[in-house]
Design a protein. Structure first.
Length: 176
């Protein structure tokens, strides 16, 4: 059985070895490091994928992780957290648990939480559970609240569940 380190024990051991140089020191610490590192690594969340400003992507993007768009995308995007950067343009439908728009989106936006910052420019419908629109944001389209905005069932552009009209606003908005 391992015991506490005997570093504080006075005097050398046999052969002139001090307690700090004793071989059991390493054996006591080695299993701790080797078992805790992989567990800690598996629990950490990977960083967001960043599509830089010099990229133009034509095609759909689908991930369960986080994506930050700084360039241009022509296609649909599905992610956990989607951030559209100030200089970015997305032409297509965006769908994520959390959507933060700082740049331009031309197409439908679907998200549990949708946030349009003051630099946002959205041309298309927004389907959300919660929404925040900062002063200065520009929006053209309709807004509808749904309990499950990520569900594609229900059909149509406003497709609310049967028997429940969706609260909706239409028109051009420029907050500010």
């Amino acid at each position: 059985m391992f015991s506490k380190s005997k570093i504080h024990e006075p005097g050398p051991r046999q052969g002139g070895e001090t307690a700090a140089q004793h071989p059991n020191e390493y054996e006591m610490n080695a299993p701790k490091t080797s078992t805790t590192l992989p567990a800690a690594a598996s629990k950490s969340k990977p960083p967001a994928s960043v599509l830089s400003a010099d990229l133009l992507i034509k095609g759909n993007i689908k991930t369960t992780g986080d994506v930050q768009i700084e360039g241009n995308v022509e296609g649909d995007i599905r992610a956990h957290l989607l951030t559209v950067g100030e200089g970015a343009t997305v032409k297509g439908e965006v769908m994520a648990d959390d959507v933060v728009v700082n740049g331009r989106v031309i197409g439908r936006v679907r998200g549990l939480k949708v946030r349009l910052t003051s630099t946002a420019r959205v041309e298309g419908d927004i389907i959300h559970k919660t929404i925040a629109i900062e002063s200065g944001a520009h929006f053209e389209g309709s807004v509808s609240r749904r309990e499950d905005p990520l569900s594609t069932s229900g059909g149509g552009r406003s497709g609310s569940p049967q028997g429940q009209p969706a609260p909706q606003e239409q028109g051009t908005r420029s907050a500010g």
